[in-house]
Design a protein around this ligand. Sequence first.
Ligand code: AMP
Length: 215
Amino acid sequence: MRLILLGPPGAGKGTQAKFLVDSYGIPQLSTGDMLREAVAAGTEVGRKAKAVMDAGKLVSDDIMNAIIDERIGKEDCARGFILDGFPRTLEQADALGDMLQRRGSGLDHVVCLEVDDDALVERISGRYTCANCGEGYHDSFKKPASEGVCDRCGSTEFKRRKDDNPETLKTRLFAYYKDTAPLIGYYHAKGLLKRIDGMGDIGDITAAIRKVLDS
Ligand code: AMP
């Protein structure tokens, strides 16, 4: 199954992708994670992307298309993948269509998670992860059972994304509405779009997505 999770920053794409990886046995391809790894490793792509990401703007289509073209050609994507954070522009969507066509395949579903702007700001400004295992937490919604200790691995080190601040979030939301939201119409016109209410309980949203994917 080849699936795109679409939605604004903070909509829950990454959270839901992780559950779907377990259910369907296909990998999550998070371009944000890939770029953050490239920045941490100091690669050429990482050096080019860092300032753009810190500002909340979009990395160039050429760079992103090349990353995804290479990634979906890997063995673990043979049975499908979950795209989380790509495509983010109409150019990227066209390029993805070409990449899949070249490989004789295509998309099965595009799931759009719909969340109110106020909730996005609240979700993003409070979120953090365990620096060791990556488990996600939130200042209001999901604190570790024992304060300062990761529930999953016991680490006491946590980190917050540099771009998860109110100022950068404004730029990220602007980029979403200007460049990425047009993809909703694009995939609707292709008959692939499924809209899911992303405001409720995490488990209920996973169930709603699975229902759509399995129908
Ligand atoms: P994310 O983790 O998906 O919120 O992505 C973090 C940042 O990485 C974004 O704000 C962009 O600067 C960059 N980024 C991730 N995916 C893309 C993409 N498909 N196109 C352009 N920039 C991207």
